[in-house]
Ligand binder design. Structure first.
Ligand code: GLU
Length: 474
């Protein structure tokens, strides 16, 4: 029986499959593969009358572009192998969607549910202090963001900690992304990763030959979807796909089991139920089953793993019945499972593309912070004024008795409205997801050695990283 490699090894195996098809010098190949550095810190915080020691990491995979970018994860499973794997994925992700960053990732071994808000603040600030003093958090060097177990709240604490330690840095707000709106954040960042999953699927569904590879046709309307993990990413993906594209979320898998409903689950109600009770058990809008993992193997069109790495592995890959998998999480399919699923003809939309919505909008937030101005602030009313001018002219013409048409009120309202920040962010995200998909699919369809989208994604992104190293003279 084959044994499963570690997460980092798994990422390397997939990287190796791609570089085997490329013509890189062995030296450059190795330079791109390896993780540049991983800083480990153990620090103590006085809590509940005694000193508690925590272990945290910040790994920098590639500095071919700076700052380097990637989230900070708070979870008990955090370890060096994991942050290094995640940092490598950030390098490839940023290159694929053309956000001008190298790859990094951080983690703190902690169960955030064990500590109250005040304690979490002390711990987060202390961890941030350790990273800031080594420039592992810095607007021009290394810019973290939320990941599993962290969100706007932690990002606000980290920014404030950075400000306290760099009182004259005019770009302090850009030291981290995923901040709350009133703390320098950007509209649409919280929903961004889930929104990106939706835009990725919409783009995939625009191509008949791509759908055919997954034995599908038609639109997203009515497609059966299983979502694993209703955290920030899974929740937004499930919500948008069901409310806006007509998908049926036939099952949601959570920590305590799964709920199923062949007619589609009401995601808003389910989310409320989870917030209230801590799990999916007892939800009246579906049937509960305790063995959540088994539900990954249920029949469906699209499977969305949106929780942990390694959930689809050598032990369950051959039982997967989904026609396609879109990796909303980082590394949910192991290298071994990837091979099996590809042989079975399951189309996989790879993590480095599928969940890149988060870092894409992080990029917009970082640019906004450096520009010190909200997108649209200068142009919005001028845009509206120009639209008004056109409408006035059209109406003047329509007063001509020889012409009988009239503009509807609804058209006028929509046409007149200048784009605000949220609309601009969504437009930029949609454009990014479409363009990046097109760059992958071109390789997928034109290189006869490339049989899956993951290899195609690696080829596109490794080529870009290699070009960047070469331009530096390496
Ligand atoms: N943690 C997210 C990811 O894995 C977001 C990273 C970022 O925005 O920098 O892509």
């Amino acid at each position: 029986m084959k044994t499963e490699p570690s997460f980092r090894e798994s990422v390397d195996i997939m990287f190796n499959r791609a570089v085997a098809l490329m013509d890189l010098s062995p030296g450059l190949e190795q330079k791109i593969r390896v993780c540049n550095s991983t800083y480990t810190v153990r620090f103590g915080v006085r809590l509940r009358g005694k000193i508690e020691t925590f272990t945290g990491y910040r790994s920098v995979h590639s500095e071919h572009m700076e700052p380097v970018k990637g989230g900070i994860r708070f979870a008990m499973g955090v370890n060096q192998d994991e942050v290094e794997a995640l940092a490598a994925l950030m390098t490839y992700k940023c290159a694929l969607v053309q956000t001008p960053f190298g790859g990094s990732k951080g983690g703190l071994r902690i169960d955030p549910r064990e500590w109250n808000v005040h304690e979490m603040e002390l711990i987060t600030r202390r961890f941030a202090y350790e990273l800031i003093k080594r420039d592992l958090i810095n607007p021009s060097q290394n810019v973290p963001a939320p990941d599993m177990g962290t969100g706007e709240r932690e990002m606000a604490w980290i920014t404030d900690q950075y400000r306290r330690m760099n009182t004259t840095d005019i770009n302090a707000a850009a030291c981290v992304t995923g901040k709350p709106i009133n703390g320098g954040g950007i509209q649409g960042r919280v929903e961004a990763t889930g929104r990106g999953v939706q835009y990725a699927l919409r783009e995939f569904f625009r191509y008949e030959e791509d759908k055919a590879k997954a034995n599908m046709s038609g639109t997203l309307d009515g497609k059966k979807v299983i979502v694993q993990g209703l955290g920030n990413v899974g929740y937004h993906a499930a919500k948008f796909l069901s409310e806006e594209d007509g998908c049926k979320i036939v099952a949601v898998i959570e920590r305590d089991g799964a709920v199923l409903n062949p007619d589609g689950l009401a995601i808003e109600f389910l989310k409320e139920h989870i917030a209230l009770t801590g799990g999916v058990k007892g939800f009246s809008g579906g049937t509960y089953v305790e063995n959540g993992a088994a539900v990954l193997e249920e029949e469906c069109d699209i499977l969305i793993p949106a929780a942990m790495e390694g959930v689809i592995n050598l032990s369950n890959a051959k039982n997967i019945k989904a026609k396609m998998i879109i990796e909303a999480a980082n590394g949910p399919v192991t290298a071994g499972a990837d091979e099996i699923l590809n042989k079975m003809g399951v189309v996989i939309i790879p993590d480095m593309y599928a969940n890149a919505g988060g870092v894409t909008v992080s990029y917009f937030e970082w640019v906004k912070n450096l520009g010190h101005i909200r997108f649209g602030r200068i142009s919005r009313r001028q845009e509206e004024a120009r639209h008004q001018l056109l409408l006035d002219e059209l109406e003047r013409l329509s007063n001509d008795p020889a012409i009988t048409w009239e503009l509807s009120e609804n058209f006028k309202r929509q046409y007149l409205r200048g784009a605000g920040e949220l609309e601009l962010v969504r437009s930029g995200l949609d454009d990014t997801m479409r363009e990046s998909y097109q760059s992958m699919r071109e390789v997928w369809h034109t290189n006869d050695k490339v049989h899956d989208l993951r290899i195609a994604a690696y080829l596109v992104s490794i080529n870009r990283v290699a070009a960047s190293y070469r331009s530096k003279g390496l």
